[in-house]
Design a protein around this ligand. Structure first.
Ligand SMILES: [Zn+2]
Ligand SMILES: [Zn+2]
Length: 344
């Protein structure tokens, strides 16, 4: 099978490897119909997290090709989406539908231990836990967003304690940030302020109902909120500068919810200021599986829109071009798909 491999900073190839073997009696093999490039893939591409060579990709919608005898929820031929983070499916943590709590340790596809999803085939352990038959009324793009980005944006908004009437700041308007904007609004936020250096991304958020800030983020927030600050900040970037902005923009007693992926260096946390101002700080890898019962009906009922986030579509063999396109971080490109069968 063909699979996308990063071999160094900025170096993407498509390699032919052995087809994956079904991982045990509770596992499955999925034929990948469509996959997508995530902001977290870019940390390997950019060299922030230098693990090479690495088969990439953790956002997959596909068709079940093979199941083990213990798999009960799907059969060969079912169209499924694959949770980007995998758990054993058997333990007390997985019983909460949060693979991050898995006592055997969560594993992310395309990060070393499991295969990469930007490929033709993907081996899926504990298939009953990891796979969701794509429900009626869920498009391929919505299904891809449910594997990671929308689940993450939703979890970020929930962990920000977003309540009806709140004013919320979302920092970073890649796919996850845009999903966080839509999630905060669906949870009843009255105003969602947004910050991103790319004008086209701010415009997309405004089209979803957000209010774009101009100029330095913290100052713009204080001006917009009469000096009070926002009830909650969702930081979908998590660089030192955006974390500084989050602490400067949140009101006393407010919540900072971090869902961006920081680099490997520690951040100098302003503990004393956070203490004096009673700030709640949460950092979250989404409980992907646990978000589906909330998000699927919201999408089906049209209360969360999943359109306008995927902007470009490439064949799997064009992965190098696709990654370079995403790396430009241009106004018109937010998120791209990779289709093994070629661009459609
Ligand atoms: Zn992702
Ligand atoms: Zn587990």
């Amino acid at each position: 099978m063909r699979t996308v491999v990063v071999t160094g900073p900025g170096e993407i190839g498509v390699e032919t490897r052995d087809d994956p073997v079904r991982p045990g009696p509770d596992g499955a093999v999925v034929t990948v119909d469509i996959s997508s490039i995530c902001g977290s893939d870019m940390h390997f591409y950019d060299g922030d997290i230098p693990i090479y060579p690495l088969a990439l990709g953790h956002e997959v919608v596909g068709t079940v090709a093979e199941v083990g005898p213990e798999v009960a929820s799907v059969v060969v031929g079912d169209k499924v989406l694959v949770a980007s983070v995998a758990g054993c499916g058997q333990c007390a943590g997985c019983a909460q539908r949060d693979p991050i709590l898995c006592v055997q340790g969560a594993k992310v596809f395309g990060a070393g231990e499991l295969g990469g999803g930007q490929s033709e085939l993907l081996a899926v352990p504990a298939a009953d836990f990891q796979l969701l038959k794509v429900p009626a009324g869920i498009s391929d793009e919505a299904a891809l967003l449910l594997t990671d980005n929308l689940a993450t944006g939703w979890a970020g908004a929930k962990r920000a304690d977003v309540s009806p009437g709140d004013t919320v700041l979302v920092i970073g308007l890649g796919a996850v940030g845009l999903c966080a904007v839509r999630s905060a609004l669906a949870l009843g936020a009255e105003r969602v302020l947004v910050a991103d250096p790319v004008a086209g991304r701010r415009a997309r958020a405004v089209a979803s109902g957000a209010i774009a800030l101009e100029g330095p983020t913290a100052e713009a927030v204080l001006e917009t909120t009469g000096g009070r600050g926002v009830d909650a900040v969702i930081d979908a970037v998590a660089r030192d500068v955006t974390l500084d902005d989050a602490f400067a923009a949140v009101r006393a007693g407010g919540t900072i919810s971090v869902i961006g992926v920081h680099d490997l260096e520690p951040y100098p946390l302003p503990v004393l200021m956070g203490l004096f101002r009673s700030i709640t700080l949460r950092m979250t890898t989404a409980p992907i599986h646990a978000t589906w019962p909330d998000l699927v009906p919201l999408i089906q009922e049209g209360r969360i829109d999943t359109t306008g986030i995927f902007t470009h579509h490439f064949g799997l063999d064009e992965a190098a071009t696709a990654y370079a396109r995403v790396a430009e971080r241009s106004s018109d490109c937010v998120k791209v798909t990779l289709t093994p069968g070629g661009m459609r």
